[in-house]
Design a protein around this ligand. Structure first.
Ligand code: ZN
Length: 246
């Protein structure tokens, strides 16, 4: 998997089997779903969203079942709520959040549910500028002997640190690290989940990354990840890339 030069500057819960999709809402193709996210972010940037109106309209529509257009793995940072950032309402996006948008087993299982049972056409992994989890990973060396009391937090940093090894020398190091972490997180999602890797490879799901800018509200999307057949390998290799950003 390599989306070097692909950054474009434009722009819950797993339930029971009764969580079926209403037949009235056909799944959008990936390009349509991505365009809805992109347009939603433009609306959010313009400050013209009407959250309560969207809630009231959608609440009754989705009560019988969810039919999200995308699954979003986002950082848990309180300033980065995907539903607001993409101006999406109830039932529109299936959101999983962890600090640093790091995928663990619960995240992978949740994304697998979204892909296999809700049939989302898109999986988006979104980081954000000024991410505290990424900064902590940059500034905190791996402990020689981890403190058991801090092991859960250390696991997040451990997951982020490999993405920091080959950052470009140009530009802001923290920003570069955020982009590299998003790319690694996408690669980890498909590396650690044969189900998601197969879905991507078969074309049933489009994977892409995004980075949210806190001040402007703008989301920078990557191009969709390209899966190349590799006999004997379910997962695509990771390639961190920052060259396409302006
Ligand atoms: Zn963050």
């Amino acid at each position: 998997m390599n989306f070097r030069s692909c950054w474009l500057w434009a722009a819950c819960c797993a339930a029971s089997a009764g969580d079926a999709m209403p037949a009235k809402e056909p799944h959008p193709v990936p390009t349509q779903a991505i365009e809805r996210l992109r347009q939603g972010n433009e609306t959010f940037q313009a400050g013209s969203i009407d959250t309560m109106r969207a809630v009231v309209i959608r609440r009754a529509q989705v009560a019988a079942g969810q039919h999200p257009i995308a699954a979003v793995l986002s950082c848990a940072d309180s300033r980065v709520p995907p539903e607001l950032v993409f101006n999406q309402g109830l039932g529109d996006i299936f959101v999983v959040r962890t600090a640093g948008a790091v995928p663990d087993q619960a995240v992978l299982g949740s994304l697998e549910y979204a892909v296999e049972h809700l049939h989302v056409p898109v999986v988006l992994v979104m980081g954000h500028l000024s991410c505290g989890a990424v900064k902590a990973a940059m500034e905190t060396p791996p402990p020689v002997k981890p403190d058991p009391a801090g092991l859960n937090l250390e696991r997040i940093l451990m997951a982020i640190r490999p993405s920091l090894k080959q950052l470009p020398v140009q530009g802001d190091r923290w920003e570069n690290a955020v982009y590299a972490t998003v790319e690694q997180n996408i690669a980890d999602v498909v590396r650690l989940s044969p189900v998601l890797a197969q879905a991507g490879r078969s074309g049933h799901v489009t994977f892409l990354g995004a980075v949210y800018e806190l001040e402007s509200g703008k989301v920078n999307f990557s191009a969709p990840v390209v899966f190349r057949p590799r006999p004997g390998h379910l997962a695509a290799p990771a390639t961190a890339s920052l060259e396409g950003r302006k």
